[in-house]
Design a protein around this ligand. Structure first.
Ligand code: ADP
Ligand code: MG
Length: 401
């Protein structure tokens, strides 16, 4: 029998979530609105650091509040992903390019920006604005060293369209935060603005993991004081439930409570995994109702994907020695639901040479964030159920030779 074609999946693994599918995060959003958007809109600059693990939803929340800022607070949003930036000049180039692309929600603003920055526009193509790479590269250092005047001019050029201030997001700072100049750059920008006779109403938002913020502080201690830190935690069970219900409902599918419970349990509040599992369930299902069986299948598919992308690349590769692998397999065999173990229970099943390396193994697994220490002496816990499941699956597939 030929199955009817499926419509579009309501899940977005690997992409910031579109506004319609965004769920939860009420307390963080309220905080950003009160201390960020409303303040900037009233003329007061502020600097926020959106902090959380990879895949927890930083870019998504930044996108969401930028939209709110444009709609309700007269803030012009510029979104600069710094993933491939290493130097301050790179940062200048990225911000310039991001400015050129800004205003997408408001054609009038987009038009003004692109005519002001026309010299950086390459060929106007069917696909929208292209960039004149050479001109951009040439002026990037000037934009970087004159960041504040550049941002001020952006606002001035848009005043007539009702813009009151600027909301600049610097996302994916993990590369550039390793550059000591970055911390100084940020502190300099914020201080110069604060001391200006008439400060630019600038909401500056950095998104990154906690280590990046600590790294910046190590390079330049005073930067610590400027950040209003917004922590993004794993989603709560209620947020996850809302997420799955809303997503399936949007494509006229129903999802049963025990299916939600299972998908939520294995996603453990990580939106990235929720999208993977949800997507797998969407494709798995044949009758428009996601039941527990669909959810079980989906969890296996998702575990395989998480494993191939994360565990294979970061864990198995890092565990070079054969003994490490066999230790891991022995732990894995304790079953996919055992989320914790006692050191001595594992130790008793190890060979002599494995036993010698056991300590290093545990340290390494902690650095890789696969395990963490438990409250009891000698207790270790897996951080993620999905990773745990994948390791178990691997240990079944590869019986030791
Ligand atoms: N509030 C949310 N509602 C629904 N999906 C979300 C939400 N936040 C993040 N996601 C999804 O989770 C995944 C990771 O989100 P992302 O914002 O890219 O995380 P980060 O920037 O922290 O790495 C993406 O697939 C995104 O669509
Ligand atoms: Mg991101």
């Amino acid at each position: 029998m030929i199955r009817p074609l499926k419509g579009k999946s309501p899940f977005y693994p690997g992409q910031p979530v579109p506004r319609e599918s965004f769920v939860g995060r009420m307390s963080q959003i309220n905080r950003i609105v009160e201390r960020g958007l409303a303040q900037a809109s009233a003329g007061k600059p502020n600097t926020m650091y959106v902090q959380g693990e990879y895949g927890i939803g930083k870019s998504s929340i930044a996108g969401f509040v930028q939209w709110l800022g444009e709609r309700d607070y007269g803030l012009h949003g510029i979104y600069a992903p710094l993933g491939s930036a290493e130097t301050i000049e790179d940062l200048g180039a990225t911000v310039l390019q991001a400015t050129l692309r800004s205003g997408a929600l408001n054609p009038n603003r987009a038009e003004r920006v692109s005519s002001w920055l026309a010299k950086y526009v390459g060929q106007q193509s069917f696909f929208g604005v292209t960039i004149h790479a050479e001109a951009l590269k040439k002026d990037a250092p000037a934009v970087a060293s004159g960041m504040l005047p550049f941002l001020r001019e952006t606002v001035d050029r848009l005043k007539e369209t009702g813009v009151k201030g600027l909301f600049l997001v610097l996302d994916e700072i993990n590369g550039i935060s390793a550059n000591p100049k970055f911390a100084h750059f940020i502190k300099g920008l914020v201080d110069t603005n604060a001391l200006a006779g008439e400060p630019l109403p600038l909401l500056l938002m950095l998104c990154g993991v906690e280590e990046c913020r600590r790294e910046m502080i190590r390079y330049h201690q005073p930067v610590d004081r400027i950040f209003d830190v917004v922590e993004i935690e794993p989603m709560t069970p209620d947020e996850m439930k809302e997420f799955f219900e809303k997503a399936f409902e949007s494509v006229q599918m129903r999802v049963e409570p025990d299916a939600i419970a299972l998908m939520a349990e294995y996603s453990a509040g990580f939106p990235k995994i929720m999208h993977l599992v949800g997507d797998a369930a969407f494709w798995q299902d044949e009758d428009g109702i996601i039941d527990k069986n669909d959810a079980v299948q989906a969890v296996f598919v998702a575990a395989d994907e998480v494993g191939k992308k994360y565990v294979d690349q970061q864990v198995y590769k890092a565990l070079r020695s054969q003994d490490y692998h066999s230790i891991l397999a022995k732990i894995a065999k304790m079953g996919p639901d055992t989320m914790s173990f006692q050191r001595r229970d594992v130790e008793s099943g190890l060979t002599l040479s494995e036993r010698k390396k056991f300590n290093n193994f545990l340290q390494k697994m902690k650095t890789l964030k696969v395990l963490r220490s438990g409250d009891m002496q000698g207790e270790y816990l897996f951080n993620m159920r999905m990773v745990r499941l994948y390791i178990w699956l691997q240990s079944l597939e590869k019986p030791k030779s």
